[in-house]
Design a protein around this ligand. Structure first.
Ligand code: NAD
Ligand code: MG
Length: 401
């Protein structure tokens, strides 16, 4: 296990900040915090542009600071919060400052590489980081891990499969593990043919069968890129070699991981598909909180099924596995190209099958030059990210024409 948690002190209120407070994970986090307000002191809440929801959340949770990334939303946010004593700020630098405000626990739930700089700023204060923003680890995994080690921060995985592995490996020596499998629901197109997927509209892809999530991760779940990003995330979080990681399709989304041991034992973690379960584990860790989620009734569910992923119909997963194995800058390029392609698909500019094609072509093009090492600094990561986005944009414009 790469995570090396230490038990926190008890007694005082837990000072919490939520980066990406208005998103699906952010809202679920604040739902849990709001159920036991005496236990928490809310420091900073951030959002991209949704200033009205951010103002509501800041008021409801008595936050000290509310920050919008979009500078144009500043005046309206300030108007809504004037006279409340809640400080207001806007812009990328303000996001980083909010993340650096002293806190005991920070939820990193901004979507995409946009979360890297603020999340690293939170990590640097050496507190507990509840990590939902998997793109941080995909874009700059080694740098992120080094920053965690240097600051003494405690990384608590929030992605349901990684939280599952975290729970299933408690007390397990690293050399006991033979293989770790994460499960995939298979997404809305699990049974669709390539011909059907070629015509899939964003509205079809946004209908996730089991989880209710933000648009970017929902599209990633439809392409299975999400599982690729999660293998990269697991590799960094748990220091596990790529060839010891696997994906198993499990449409019921009840079993979240299978940790296979050298003695033939398999440790699985199960729960209903409600993100408040893994979020609560990170929030209460090392204790367990009460979560008002439907209890798992396996008798009622009756059947749990498992299958191999189909890499021919879902090439994104294979592309991500290849990038993980290649190392260097490949995962940074993969993430940037995927973000650009998913946004273009959601905007109706490319087809569903163009998403993995643009990612694959961007990786091919980026690797025509001398192979680049993994980013060693935030500046490196952002620069690589920007140049990969430019390539992806050029390729998808050619496709859309
Ligand atoms: P979402 O789209 O619902 O919310 C994203 C949040 O980030 C919002 O608060 C938004 O305002 C903010 N944001 C977006 N762009 C920003 C930018 N450029 N600068 C600053 N803030 C910005 O996304 P989500 O589903 O909550 O996912 C958040 C992260 O958690 C993602 O990395 C996702 O992969 C991960 N995750 C989500 C789930 C889930 O169930 N939703 C599960 C596992 C992991
Ligand atoms: Mg997940």
């Amino acid at each position: 296990m790469a995570l090396n948690p230490v038990k926190p002190e008890t007694g005082a209120k837990l000072r919490v900040s939520v980066l990406g407070a208005t998103g699906s994970v952010g809202e679920s986090t604040l739902d849990l915090i709001g159920r036991d307000p005496g236990r928490y002191e809310v420091i900073a809440l951030t959002a991209n542009g949704n200033y009205s929801r951010l103002a509501e959340l800041a008021l409801h949770h008595h936050a000290q600071l509310a920050v919008v990334a979009d500078p144009e939303a500043y005046n309206r946010l300030r108007g809504l919060l004037s006279g409340t004593g809640i400080k207001v700020a806007a812009g990328e630098a303000a996001l980083v400052e909010a993340a650096a405000m002293p806190a005991d626990w920070v939820m990193a739930a901004i979507v995409g590489a946009a979360g890297l700089a603020p999340t690293l700023a939170a990590v640097k204060q050496g507190c507990r980081i509840a990590l939902a923003n998997k793109e941080c680890l995909v874009t700059a995994g080694a740098l992120f891990k080094r920053t965690v080690a240097a600051s003494g921060a405690t990384l608590l995985p929030v992605d349901s499969e990684h939280c599952a592995i975290f729970q299933a490996t408690v007390g397990l020596p690293a050399d006991a593990i033979e293989r770790i499998a994460i499960t995939a629901s298979g997404g809305p197109f699990r049974t669709w043919s390539r011909e059907q997927m070629a015509k899939a509209k964003p509205a079809d892809a946004l209908k996730h069968p089991t989880w209710n999530m933000g648009p970017k991760i929902t599209i990633d779940s439809a392409t299975l890129m999400n599982k690729g990003l999660e293998l990269i995330e697991a590799h960094h979080l748990f220091d596990i070699a790529p060839d010891k990681l696997a994906v198993i399709v499990h449409p019921q989304s009840i079993v979240h991981c299978l940790v296979e041991c050298r003695d033939g034992s398999v440790m699985a973690q199960m729960s209903a598909h409600d993100m408040r379960v893994p979020i609560a584990y990170a929030l209460g860790w090392p204790d367990r909180l009460d979560v008002p989620t439907p209890r798992l009734d396996l008798v009622k569910i009756g059947q749990l099924t498992f299958d191999e992923p189909d890499l021919a119909r879902f090439p994104a997963l294979g592309i991500a596995i290849a990038a993980l194995k290649r190392g260097g800058s490949a995962c940074t390029v993969l993430n940037a190209a995927n973000e650009v392609a998913v946004a273009a698909y959601l905007d109706g500019n490319i087809g569903f099958l163009d998403i993995p094609a643009v990612v694959a072509d961007t990786l091919d093009r980026a690797e025509r030059g001398p192979s680049l090492p993994a980013p060693a600094s935030l500046e490196d990561a952002l620069q690589l990210d920007v140049s990969a986005r430019a390539i992806a944009f050029e390729l998808l414009t050619a496709r859309a024409a």
